[in-house]
Ligand binder design. Sequence first.
Ligand SMILES: NC(=O)c1ccc[n+]([C@@H]2O[C@H](COP(=O)([O-])OP(=O)(O)OC[C@H]3O[C@@H](n4cnc5c(N)ncnc54)[C@H](O)[C@@H]3O)[C@@H](O)[C@H]2O)c1
Length: 318
Amino acid sequence: MRAAVIGVGVIGSLHAEILSERNMLAAVCDIDKNKLKKYNCPVYTDYKAMIDTVKPDCVHICTPHYLHAEMIIYALGHGVNVLCEKPLCISREQIKAVLEAEKSSNAILGVCLQNRYNKENAFVKEYIKDKKVLCAAAHVAWHRTKEYYASGDWRGKYATEGGGVLINQALHTLDLLQYFAGMPETLTASVSNLTLKDSIEVEDTAVIQSVKGAGITLFASNGCAADMPVVVTVRTDKDVIQIYPGTVLINGMPQDIEKTTEKLRGKECYGSSHGLLIEDFYKHITENKRFPIDGEEASKVVKLVLAAYESGGNETNV
Ligand SMILES: NC(=O)c1ccc[n+]([C@@H]2O[C@H](COP(=O)([O-])OP(=O)(O)OC[C@H]3O[C@@H](n4cnc5c(N)ncnc54)[C@H](O)[C@@H]3O)[C@@H](O)[C@H]2O)c1
């Protein structure tokens, strides 16, 4: 397999490192030439030229959110498999266009929601498979500064990031809530900018409540004084399941969870499951099977986020 990475910023470098370790890195692309200097494979500043010339088996899209849809559509339209960083895209129109492109292509689309591969989450997903889930709740209390937002001109803006804490930092956790509890029919949400009014136009804090179709509760903020561990709680008709980093308690009892052998790459909050997801994605490509986190699956969490933005404190259809 020959793979290429589009966007070698913070997370794209990590994708390139994983591909390079597997001797799969055929090319990289970034509009910032400085970021290309460290690579000894062919480098491009135009992703279309790279796809047309290199004809990779797969591209990893690691660019700002607003570019995901157009890049997915171009690659799938040229028969190239795609692994796109989260989120799938940032609007309902883009969801429709991406799903249409996926349907009319023979290539495979996967989205990097790697926390589903964390051992704790995989354990819980298996544990609840025959159980009735009443509610899944979580809090994401993280610390993001003015300087963090200034580190990329696409950050903190509706047009380019698509939103704030919900569509970026808390997206993985919101995805897990729907992965465990199912997709709600409606939700009520409140979003606000409590601590970063002087630096971003998007929300730094949000609350989502849903009771119809599936019970989901999310408290998320980038305005916490420090990065706190994410805690997810799942309630079934019989059990209270608490998921902490590295630990799962069921009715207060610690469970025997397989330890991950993957190394932590990049920031701690990325976890160590990028490698596991990438391995699994290539396994699906090799076997010519749809990837479980395909366009349809990855669009669910984007629909939740968009409904939260549309809600304005009122119950809204997802
Ligand atoms: N799965 C995770 O845990 C995780 C973690 C971090 C970031 N991400 C996601 O990865 C994506 C990138 O985030 P980041 O933090 O690496 O951002 P970043 O700003 O560090 O990197 C983005 C890169 O894309 C490049 N770029 C912009 N426009 C381009 C274009 N037209 N063609 C080619 N390159 C272009 C930029 O120059 C930059 O190097 C986002 O979608 C983000 O949400 C996911």
